[in-house]
Design a protein around this ligand. Structure first.
Ligand code: ZN
Length: 359
């Protein structure tokens, strides 16, 4: 099966990552001469090939593209693969790293999974992260601003070459070009640390329409996770204080009840001295520091000053369970089998020469 829909855009498989937006100066250097295009006022002697520049927002006319020589570019002290583009608007510089998708993944994958885990688990994570990146490329290609993804937790955390680890590099290289598709499109390949026994449908966590490949499945492979089971206590004051930061006029809490689907909290009802509040389960979880409400898969009991929670897993519980992937790898499963366990009715396929072709 060949799908030509992606040919024009993804031949080059280049990704543009917004590293930084700043009103301060940006320092770019390299151990070899830097190639630069675009109008810019530069520091340095200007005569011989330059290896270091400092850019200040108002000196950049529009966009400046900086290409490395034989050694990587160093931006504010950190090395990056690929090129860097600087854009200036309203006294702010946007620093955008333009590089091959796999070079980007070399840094992203070890940030998402411990590099000393089993090889097949690392490969599953590499393919999931690559697929997530392709999905975002398709979704964001028309964005203004000259970038596809941000380097923050809004997408996948990216800090450049400093995070690269040999074993995850091997996993990225070994799976190069492989992505997960459903209905001939890259999937939105969510992943999380530990499901705690079973994963869940995406629409029970987020207020979105249900994606057919993000079905809850039983896991049974993540029992080794230190977060497989957890306990915590939330005092009524703590709940009220955290609620007040986001929702106005929350009075003394009188009653809290949880509505669940598939054992996970999907809605929280709070009766307080000034009224009633209904919030999504995931919004409730994110009100607190992660160690307080690690997942929505919990039961609760009242104690005199609050709620005692007993829960399973860590994270949103949608898609790939990373500790489960580790467990499956330990039992001899291949990365394709791991991915097909956690994403329903999908195909692992290869992007070659701009085509998406099935194995
Ligand atoms: Zn699991």
């Amino acid at each position: 099966m060949l799908n030509r829909r992606y040919t024009a855009q993804y031949d080059t498989a280049i990704v543009r990552i917004l590293l930084l937006k700043t009103k301060d100066s940006v320092a770019i250097s390299s151990e070899s001469p830097i190639k630069m295009s675009g109008a810019v006022a530069q520091t340095g002697d200007g005569g011989s090939p330059l290896k270091a520049f400092v850019f200040v927002p108002n000196d950049i006319a529009e966009a400046v593209k900086i290409d490395p020589g034989y050694s990587p570019l160093i931006m504010n002290g950190q090395p990056y693969r690929g090129s860097i583009e600087l854009r200036s608007a309203d006294g702010t510089i946007s620093v955008i790293n333009i590089l091959k998708i796999d070079d980007y993944l070399l840094s992203v994958v070890p940030g998402e999974i411990p590099a000393n885990w089993e090889e097949e688990a690392l490969k599953a994570q590499a393919v999931a992260a690559r697929t997530y990146t392709y999905y975002q490329l398709l979704a964001n290609r028309k964005n203004q601003g000259g970038f596809d993804l941000e380097a923050t937790t809004n997408f996948q955390v990216y800090k450049g070459m400093i995070d690269e680890k040999p074993r995850t590099t091997e996993a990225v290289r070994a799976t190069s070009g492989e992505i997960i598709i459903y209905d001939a499109k890259p999937i939105l390949s969510y992943f999380h640390s530990t499901c705690g026994g079973k994963t869940t449908d995406d629409n029970y966590v987020w207020n979105t329409s249900h994606l057919p490949y993000l079905h809850g499945v039983s896991c049974g492979f993540c029992n080794d996770s230190t977060k497989f089971e957890w306990e915590s206590r939330l005092s009524l004051d703590e709940i009220r204080n955290n609620l007040s930061k986001k929702y106005r006029a929350v009075g003394a809490i009188k009653k809290i009840s949880f509505r669940k689907k598939d054992d996970r909290v999907i809605e929280v009802y709070i009766r307080h001295s000034r009224g009633n509040l209904k919030i999504a389960g995931n919004s409730f979880r994110l009100l607190f520091p992660p160690e307080k409400v690690r997942s929505l898969y919990f039961t609760s009991k009242k104690y005199n000053a609050g709620l005692a929670l007993a829960g399973h897993g860590w994270g949103h519980g949608v898609g790939l369970c990373q500790w489960g992937a580790r467990g499956m790898a330990l039992r001899g499963y291949r990365y394709q089998e791991i991915l097909k366990h956690y994403y329903t009715a999908v195909t692992v396929t290869s992007v070659r020469n701009g085509y998406i072709a099935s194995h």
